[in-house]
Design a binder for this molecule. Structure first.
Ligand code: NDP
Length: 509
């Protein structure tokens, strides 16, 4: 299989890759799968969950006997739910020729039950409808909590008592936020565990379904060239960047309550950092991977206030400020930008700064990991030609967006008679190398939950360790009412981030 990767025929490569990677095939058993979308009338359900389920159906990845139930308070009929699904179909599949036919088949499996979130009676009614569809087969039930977190526990209680499977598994996908800090997160975990065990809880962070997150482990553990360099001996610093070019514009209510540190850093970026920095797991088994991630998180010290910068975007004649949003309070101190330097106190990473940057309303939409390597000691070319190359270190960039790519900056001779050096890229651009549809992030994660594959879901001890890294900083910022540094909409963020990067010797990409 290894040498077949050299072939240029991408289509020919894929089956070989499939052979190498243990892909778990969808259960094609006689048992029934009931997928219950709680909060089916909401934005997440409409825009992400139903389209992802439809894509999985079109890809033939759902079990033979599956049924989807929407559950919410809104008084919708089955027909109204189905119309809502059609109206919001923005998935990759809708461009295919037989989409309409597939959609008709899919909609026949979709039903709606209107009920209160805290009513055991209403969940009992749901159970009866589910049983009818399951038609005496053994049943597996997957609940997706697409609802605000303050009603999670009511739903879990009712679902557990009145609508859980009697002869198969029952799993619950829980959407973030998983609490606001260490205490509230522990409380949520404790309350969930009154009704569910850890194996039943699938804490979802949709960014972890990104192709490059999965690829990070492939890159590290199936290439000989990177792993020996993956430590403080060769890596000078790591940047983990997540920037968006849009502000909150009308969607600020949720965000004003949480801020960018809770929304992006504490969960998503910290998970990426853990995958980046962890030791080789015993196997690709979810528990082995999560065991290694949690060790990284537990080896980190809480972020110090002096190692963090927070910002908030301001408006101008063209763009609204964060506080112009009618759903945001006028004197909000909520950060829409944050940068923080984190350190991992273990033998591999001691002293290496990990600079995390996340922000809204910045100049570009960008998600990437940048790894800067150390300088070449006693660089011959610097000495002989006095070039500036010593400052241009090798850099490995793993980019999720705008275009998925992995590239390595190397120093290279410019062709010609003289000796002129240049920094250029070895570039793997995914859309050129693999010109094919990339499944949506929700598709991957929903399929994993159906198949019981937990490696991209967050375990409670990871969550706990992740909160410990950021809770003291969040507490200090909130107690001291620290004002975020204002930055212009569409800029590169507050000036403070450049000082923070300089303090830790990070050259910002
Ligand atoms: P919505 O605000 O659209 O809520 C979903 C549904 O929950 C609503 O349709 C409503 O249904 C019900 N609901 C809303 N507010 C309340 C309330 N106060 N009390 C009881 N029921 C209520 O949320 P989203 O769909 O946007 O998100 C759902 C969850 O997913 C949230 O926890 C959110 O943080 C998280 N999330 C959302 C993302 C997104 O892209 N939207 C991305 C990542 C996470 P009804 O009135 O019919 O009962």
């Amino acid at each position: 299989p290894a040498n077949s990767l050299e072939t240029e025929d991408v289509e020919a490569v894929s089956p070989t890759i499939k052979e190498c990677v243990p892909i778990i095939e969808t259960e094609k058993t006689d048992s029934a799968l009931s997928f219950i979308v709680v909060g089916a009338s909401g934005e997440l359900a409409r825009k992400k969950i139903f389209p992802a389920l439809f894509s999985l159906f079109c890809e033939d990845r759902l079990p033979e006997n599956f049924t989807i139930f929407g559950y919410a308070r809104s008084a919708l009929t089955n027909e109204e739910l189905r119309n809502m699904i059609i109206r919001n179909l923005t998935c990759r599949i809708d461009k295919r020729k037989n989409c309409r036919e597939k959609m008709d088949q899919f909609l026949k499996r979709c039903f709606y039950h209107s009920g209160q979130y805290s009513s055991e009676e209403h969940f009992l009614e749901l159970d009866e409808k589910l049983k009818e569809k399951e038609a005496g087969r053994s049943s597996n039930r997957l609940f997706y909590l697409a609802i605000p977190p303050n009603i999670f526990i009511d739903v879990v209680r009712c679902a557990r008592r009145r609508a859980s499977s009697e002869n198969g598994w029952t799993r619950v996908i829980v959407e973030k936020p998983f609490g606001r800090d260490s205490e509230t997160s522990k409380e949520l975990t404790r309350d969930l565990k009154q009704y569910l065990n850890e194996e039943q809880i699938f804490r979802i962070d949709h960014h972890l379904g990104e192709e490059l997150v999965e690829n990070l482990l492939v890159l590290r553990f199936s290439n000989l060239v990177f792993e020996p360099l993956w430590s403080r001996n060769y890596i000078r610093n790591v940047q983990i960047i997540f920037s968006e070019d849009k502000g909150l514009e009308g969607r600020g209510r949720y965000f004003d309550n949480y801020g960018i540190i809770r929304d992006i850093m504490q969960n998503h970026l910290l998970q990426v950092l853990a995958l980046f920095a962890m030791e080789t797991p015993v196997s690709l088994n979810a528990e082995d991977i999560r065991n290694e991630k949690v060790k990284v998180l537990r080896s980190m010290k809480p972020v110090k206030v002096e190692d963090a910068v927070i910002g908030q975007y301001k408006g101008d004649s063209s763009y609204p400020a964060f506080t112009d949003d009618p759903t945001v309070s006028d004197n909000s101190l909520t950060p829409t930008f944050a940068a923080a330097t984190l350190f991992i106190n273990n033998a591999r990473w001691e002293g290496v700064p990990f600079l995390m940057i996340a922000g809204k309303a910045l100049q570009s939409k960008r998600a990437e990991i940048r790894v800067q390597f150390r300088h070449v000691p006693g660089n011959l070319y610097n000495r002989k030609f006095g070039t500036d190359l010593d400052k241009v270190t090798n850099e490995l960039v793993l980019r999720v967006q705008p275009d998925e790519a992995i590239y390595l900056k190397i120093n290279n001779k410019v062709p010609g008679l003289g000796m002129r050096l240049d920094s250029s890229d070895l570039n793997l651009l995914f859309k050129s190398r693999y010109p094919r549809e990339i499944p949506g992030v929700y598709e991957r994660l929903l399929l994993d939950a159906v198949e019981g594959e937990r490696r991209l879901f967050i375990r409670s001890d990871e969550l706990d360790a992740a909160w410990k890294v950021f809770t003291p900083l969040l507490k200090t910022l909130e107690e001291k009412k620290t004002a975020p540094e204002l930055y212009s909409y569409g800029s590169s963020g507050p000036v403070g981030v450049h000082y923070l990067a300089a303090k830790h010797g990070v050259r910002m990409g």
